[in-house]
Design a protein around this ligand. Structure first.
Ligand code: NAI
Length: 395
């Protein structure tokens, strides 16, 4: 079939198999161009491995360190008449490239929050690899079914304590308007912490530990975000921020049990991904941020960020450098004073009329389409493509 983008709000319901494969190949090429990691992990489990930060976290240790990788994700396979999700095609392309490079790669498609998935993945690790020495937790999900009670928790993106009004961007129309969001209830806060906090991360580490599948001196990392004052009410001080505080407490608990330095929280840069495009205010902030960072030649995507995470921290000769709260900060360039000052000035001035001039909305839109494999040089979008691709490892 011929595959074109079909955008519904902040999601594209189609994905282009060749475009996604080209994305994955270019990330692999980038990692290879950076040369080998100094102290690479050898056997890596990535939970949330199919898109965004998780996909990059699979590519960097594999192609920068020759690591065997196990990936877990929740994606949709294509059929002869319907495209699958981008993460499915990314994972097919990753596994093909891994096979060509003679690297072990196995993927599991399904609900990472469930006991069944943990059992399946952990026993595959024990059987195939014995143990893992690095676990990346990069899930972003709107809901979670509690594996014990069957209760469904839904996360919300809301402020806490007071309503929040701020400029906002309608990414469909390019209109800069404003948004007002009522504060979350206590129940909504608790639900968001259940979905996006660290409980499930700890469950994964427990399951691996119980099976003897954690290598001596293993390390694990999960991702967080802080960002500027203007998004504090909706992010850092909002419901998702509460979940990220819980994630930090989970890291502390893992460190208490397994020893300091076992668990890290890495604070990453705001980037266009399927998860971030759903957060109010953030797409406008990202459009202004990209402009400021590109002007200073500081812009990075997921792969550059995660290359820096492994290269300068997790797999560096000297180990990670941490901030005063014990976190790795690869958002350091985003948070530079000059960048934040440029964004704050542009934030005051931005309107529908000047959006194209003072922001990188064009870059935002192009990157959004690229997440789904569209707008990539060298891909023939007028040609027939087969959407029914199988994961080489079975999935
Ligand atoms: P994403 O939407 O690109 O990736 C989410 C991944 O989770 C995908 O692999 C998806 O298949 C998987 N997933 C979702 N639900 C699942 C389930 N029930 N079972 C198995 N897999 C499931 O998201 P992104 O942006 O890469 O986010 C990853 C982490 O990075 C999140 O913790 C997010 O808060 C954090 N982060 C994101 C930033 C951003 O600007 N995008 C900035 C800083 C941190």
């Amino acid at each position: 079939m011929i595959v074109a983008p079909k955008i519904r709000g902040f999601i594209c319901t189609t994905a282009h198999p060749e475009g996604c494969a080209a994305n994955v190949r270019s990330q692999i090429e980038y990692v290879k161009s950076r040369g080998p990691l100094a102290r690479p992990p050898r056997k890596v489990l990535v939970i949330g491995a199919s898109t965004g930060y998780g996909l990059a976290s699979r590519i960097v240790p594999a192609f920068g360190g020759g690591a065997a990788t196990v990936g877990v994700f929740f994606e949709k396979a294509g059929t002869a008449t319907k495209t699958g999700s981008a993460g499915w095609y990314n994972s097919v392309a990753f596994e093909q490239a891994a096979a060509e490079a003679d690297l072990y790669a196995r993927s599991f498609n399904g609900d990472a929050f469930s006991h069944e998935m943990k059992e399946k993945v952990v026993s595959a690790i024990v059987e195939d690899l014995g143990q893992v020495d690095c676990i990346v937790y990069s899930l972003a999900s709107p809901r979670r079914t509690d594996p014990e009670t069957g209760e469904i928790y839904k996360s919300v993106l809301k402020p806490i304590g007071a309503p929040y009004s701020q400029k906002n961007l309608n990414t469909d129309t390019g209109e800069v308007n404003s948004v007002s969001i009522e504060p979350a209830s206590d129940d909504e806060i608790a639900h968001t912490v259940k979905v996006m906090g660290g409980e499930d991360w700890e469950f994964w580490i427990d399951a691996l530990s119980a099976a003897g599948a954690l290598a001596e001196g293993f390390s694990t990392v999960a991702y967080s975000y802080i960002g500027p004052d203007l998004t504090y009410p909706i992010y850092t001080n909002g419901t998702i921020g509460r979940a990220k505080e819980h994630l930090e407490r989970s890291a502390a608990r893992i460190n208490d049990y397994f020893g300091p330095g076992s668990a890290h929280v890495s604070v990453n840069k705001a980037l266009v991904t399927q998860a971030s495009s759903a957060i109010p205010v953030v797409p406008l902030y990202i459009s202004l941020l990209y402009k400021a960072m590109k002007e200073k030649d500081l812009h990075e995507g997921c792969i550059e960020q995660i290359q820096r995470l492994f290269g300068d921290h997790l797999a560096s000769a000297s180990g990670p450098s941490l901030d005063e709260r014990g976190r790795i900060r690869i958002d350091d360039w985003e948070m530079r004073d000059d960048i934040q000052a440029a964004v704050a000035n542009a934030w005051e001035a931005v309107s529908t009329e000047n959006l194209a001039d003072i922001s990188d909305f064009a870059g935002y839109k192009a990157e959004f389409l690229r997440l789904f494999g569209f707008g990539i040089d060298g891909v023939d979008y007028a040609a027939e493509t087969n959407p029914d691709l199988a994961l080489p490892s079975g999935g």
